[in-house]
Design a protein around this ligand. Structure first.
Ligand SMILES: [Zn+2]
Length: 349
């Protein structure tokens, strides 16, 4: 504790604003640096007020899109057996199932082991409808998949659970589903998180993740809550709007080493966050779980963690939130203060 630096600097942009009869407007821009990765973001909450010309009048068409997509949906129960791929014969089953969840290969994979997990037969769910049990069934079948692959192929040791919810978050199918990958190599971000955590440990003797949880719990301003062994916080320097960080306080560095209670705690918290997102008007999001390699216990310096960010709402026309700053400069522009987000989501814990 006390070894984590929350570095920020505030600059002011001045302009004569037509919104103020051409009087001077002052916009404070907060530059914040992620304490682990050194990645910067810049926050100007005034930007949330800007006019988005693409915005359609009303969102009535959404029901139509949902209904139309339901009629031809590959993942709905009446079509699933006919229209989704099956695992090859060396798998225990063509499709893996736990409770209402069903897992099968991605029809258009970008990894050697790339599967899709659907939560249930429900074609559309709003964020307040993802119960802990619904999420747990799906994540359990994902872990079963990872364990099966790793058992057969010990070289495939990097596991990812990812969730794009609705088209603004890059989901091509509306029916709720996660995408999971078991890979031979880590992504650049996972590699960086692990390396930086190791450096932090070498430098301070501490574990960045448990230090972060301790210091944020004490600070309180970005603290959202706890579900058993999992802590939930708003990131100090978010890489997307409304970024929530989940950290396992138990000594576990890989997804496949989660035990029953870790899984329950995570799904319980995730359900609360989604309920909170729903209440503050978020309908679309991305989520990723950042898991260390299966063959090493890195928990001395790296703990299993996950992030969520909100995306534009699912409307016929909307303005994207992934522009030149995010795509090329890796310095995202954020519209919401993490401390305000934490205050709103805390009520759900
Ligand atoms: Zn469907």
């Amino acid at each position: 504790m006390g070894k984590i630096a929350f570095e920020k600097t505030v600059r002011e942009a001045r302009l004569l604003s037509p919104l103020l009869g051409f009087k001077q407007a002052v916009h404070p821009i907060e530059f914040r640096k992620d304490p682990l990765t050194d990645r910067w973001c810049r926050i100007n909450i005034e930007r949330a007020k800007r006019v988005k010309q693409a915005k359609a009048r009303g969102t009535a068409d959404l029901t139509e899109i949902v209904e139309e997509s339901r009629r031809k949906c590959f993942f709905c129960p009446e079509n699933l057996e006919r229209t989704t791929p099956k695992f090859p014969s060396y798998f225990p089953a063509g499709r893996m199932k736990v409770g209402s969840a069903c897992l099968f290969p991605n029809l258009f994979p970008f990894g050697e082991f790339h599967a899709v997990g659907i939560f249930s037969g429900e074609h559309y769910l709003s964020l307040d409808q993802f119960s802990p049990k619904l999420i747990e069934d799906c994540f359990r079948v994902c872990l079963d998949y990872f364990k099966f692959i790793y058992n057969k192929r010990p070289d495939i040791k990097y596991c990812m659970i990812n969730w794009n919810y609705l088209p603004p978050a890059a989901a091509s199918i509306i029916h709720p589903h996660v995408q999971i990958l078991a890979d031979h190599k880590p992504t650049l971000q996972v590699k960086k998180l692990i390396e930086r955590s190791r450096e932090y440990h070498d430098r301070t003797g501490g574990n960045y993740w448990s230090d972060l949880v301790a210091v944020e719990r004490e600070n309180g301003v970005r603290w959202i809550g706890e579900t058993g062994s999992v802590a939930w916080l708003a990131s100090f320097a978010p890489q997307g709007n409304r970024e929530v960080l989940a950290v396992s306080s138990r000594k576990v560095s890989t997804a496949i080493r989660m035990d029953e209670s870790d899984l329950k705690d995570f799904c319980d918290g995730l359900s609360k966050i989604l309920g909170g997102y729903h209440e503050i008007g978020v309908g679309s999001f991305n989520m990723s779980v950042f898991s260390g390699p299966n063959d090493q216990d890195l928990s001395e310096y790296y703990l299993l963690n996950a992030k969520l960010i909100s995306r534009p709402n699912f409307e016929p026309l909307y303005t994207g939130d992934d522009g030149f700053m995010e795509k090329f400069h890796y310095e995202p522009v954020i519209e919401i203060m993490p401390e305000d987000l934490a205050g709103k989501l805390r009520e759900h814990f």
